[in-house]
Design a binder for this molecule. Structure first.
Ligand SMILES: [Zn+2]
Length: 184
């Protein structure tokens, strides 16, 4: 495709119905900061995300959106708890729907485009979240689970088990009061 890519400044609500009528193609280069919800799931985009959006109408005049994503993300390995890199390379087919109540045609994902337009940010974030495996790990044998942290735990417990020297001193001073101090 020869459409030039420009870094998007922000993701706006778009009139997807109009874009579908036009058969519009949008190539976006998305800075990770534009997709803040990913961070809530410990997902980091390691590089700007290539996003290709093709709006169109099918033979029946129904609005469709083909969305392609390419990039790299980093998630926490569920084995060693270190970051693991995942390639993003996917294409999804959406049916534009006026509201939640509309039926989604089989084989397509719903893209709700109501009065406020289509929320591209939510759509893209949802798609990327779907791409993350349930339990991402490094390839088998390439990482080790962290060692048990018993030693550290013992050290952390100790201060609570030992009497606080300052508390003991305060108790001693308290005892001394009222019994009459002969050194004064
Ligand atoms: Zn790992």
């Amino acid at each position: 495709m020869s459409v030039s890519q420009q870094p998007a400044q922000k993701l706006q609500q778009v009139d997807a119905w109009r874009l579908a009528k036009q058969g519009a193609v949008r190539e976006l280069l998305l800075n990770p900061a534009l997709l803040p919800r990913l961070a809530e799931f410990d997902i980091t985009l390691s590089e700007p995300l290539n996003c290709s959006l093709h709006y169109r109408q099918n033979e029946g005049g129904e609005a469709r959106l083909t969305a392609g994503f390419e990039g790299k993300m980093s998630v926490q390995c569920q084995h060693c708890l270190e970051p693991v890199a995942l390639n993003i390379d996917s294409v999804s087919e959406f049916a534009l729907l006026a509201d939640d109540d509309s039926d989604t045609p089989e084989g397509l994902e719903p893209a709700i485009c109501g009065r406020d337009g289509l929320n591209l940010q939510a759509l893209i974030e949802d798609e990327l979240l779907l791409l993350v495996p349930q339990s991402p790990t490094h390839p088998v044998g390439e990482c080790e689970a962290p060692k048990p942290q018993n030693v550290v735990d013992d050290e952390l417990l100790q201060p609570d088990e030992k009497p606080n020297p300052f508390a003991a001193l305060a108790a001693l001073k308290q005892q001394g009061k009222g019994s009459g101090s002969e050194t004064d």
